[in-house]
Design a protein around this ligand. Structure first.
Ligand SMILES: Cc1cc2nc3c(=O)[nH]c(=O)nc-3n(C[C@H](O)[C@H](O)[C@H](O)COP(=O)(O)OP(=O)(O)OC[C@H]3O[C@@H](n4cnc5c(N)ncnc54)[C@H](O)[C@@H]3O)c2cc1C
Length: 362
């Protein structure tokens, strides 16, 4: 009798950043996964513009170059960030240099997820209603890439460190395509942050994001939003028109205790890719997808490969907890301190100052 050969067949649940990065890497190594996406197309969610900031992804300085050269994953950003203006209530610091990139997400034609989809040959099963359990029984390996912690909390211990409310909109006006503005100001983002990312010279994405802590429940989101719009009007000095807006509630920032359970790999936000300090998760999401694929292909051990991301997560959480202790007066001092050479060094230098600071904090 012929021996039955045990075959590796991989299901990827979720065709977002982590899932598609996993698919590209598996294909590169000779495995064609089956991809299950619950929506009717890749990126079928609200349109927004996100950031890749070098200072937050050290030692990776240039994420676009890194993914192309090291992992054959090719991404085109929307623009290069050459200026970052950080505002507090009464201060502003301008930092210049090659600071990172802006990139589109969601429904935009050139969103990162749509760019990744073009690099995948395997079939994507859209409108999927397959449960994790069904996939687990049908495949030798499952990559859980659903972009939320629903399954992660079901199948492993998942520490939720905070949840965040985000409100955003696309506005019309005149913008410098290479300048991003960020605010640390409790008047519109209590214990959180706000930002303006240009999409084109005529369009920008504005967002406020703040944690859902009990002490923040007293705030009315519409009032905070109005305060932010007033600030935007003053800062950009124009009457702008607001277009599409979106709201995300209880966005989970947390980490699964185990990155791998049996032959299931938790990737992207299921793994704990969102760095709690300022909510950045794109680089870590792509990396976890790549690392899960490497493990399945025998090129490394997922737990070991992701160990640096786990350390980064904890350092980032320490920075967040410290930021939360600062009232507007202290944030003014912080932003004042970032003016001039200090800010330039922190954002442009080779050295990972944020890591050092997080290590020095109690
Ligand atoms: C408003 C906002 C702004 C952000 N800004 C930044 C930023 O500037 N910089 C940054 O680095 N990060 C940012 N982030 C975080 C970043 O977007 C995420 O970390 C990243 O997208 C997570 O990638 P992922 O692959 O885990 O999930 P996603 O890319 O969201 O993909 C998950 C996919 O799984 C699908 N799915 C869900 N459930 C199922 C199911 N049951 N079956 C099948 N498919 C399913 C979804 O439809 C989706 O296609 C932001 C997040 C938000 C919400």
């Amino acid at each position: 009798m012929e021996k039955e050969v045990l075959k590796i067949n991989v299901a990827i649940m979720g065709a977002g950043l982590a899932g598609l990065a996993a698919a590209i890497t598996l294909e590169e190594n000779g495995i064609n996964p089956s991809i299950y996406e619950k929506r009717s197309q890749v990126g079928d969610r609200f349109f927004n513009c996100e950031l890749l900031l070098s200072v937050l992804s050290k030692p990776i300085d240039d994420a676009i170059k890194y993914f192309a050269e090291e992992h054959k994953i090719f991404l085109q950003p929307q623009s290069n960030i050459r200026k970052l203006i950080i505002h507090s209530e009464n201060n502003s610091a301008e930092i210049t240099g090659h600071l990172g990139f802006t990139n589109l997400r969601g429904r935009a034609e050139n969103s990162f997820e749509k760019q990744l989809e073009k690099q995948v040959n395997s079939k994507i099963h859209f409108n999927s209603q397959k449960s994790y359990e069904e996939l687990l029984h049908a495949y030798s390996h499952v990559i859980l890439a659903t972009g939320d912690a629903t399954y992660a909390t079901k199948i492993t211990e998942y520490d939720v460190d905070l949840t965040v409310t985000l409100k955003g909109a696309i506005i019309d006006g005149n913008f410098d395509i290479d300048t991003v503005e960020a605010w640390l100001n409790h008047k519109f983002a209590p214990l959180g942050y706000s930002y303006l990312i240009p999409i084109t010279q005529q369009k920008a994405n504005i967002v406020i994001a703040y944690p859902d802590y009990p002490e923040n429940q007293k705030y009315d989101i519409n009032k905070l939003w109005e305060n932010f719009l007033d600030e935007i009007a003053v800062i950009i000095g124009q009457n702008f028109k607001m277009k599409r807006d979106f709201e995300v509630t209880r966005y989970i920032i947390g980490k699964s205790k185990y990155p791998r359970i049996g032959n299931t790999f938790l990737v992207g936000n299921n793994f704990g890719s969102i760095m709690p300090f300022l909510g950045f998760g794109q680089v870590a999401s792509l990396l976890t997808g790549i690392y899960a694929a490497h493990d399945i292909c025998g090129l490394g051990d997922y737990t070991e490969l992701t160990s640096k991301l786990v350390s980064s997560y904890h350092e980032s959480l320490t920075l967040r907890r410290t930021l939360e202790k600062l009232d507007n007066a202290k944030l003014d001092i912080l932003v004042k301190g970032l003016k001039g050479k200090v800010g330039q060094k922190v954002f442009n230098g080779e050295f990972n100052y944020l890591k050092l600071i997080s290590k020095l904090l109690p």
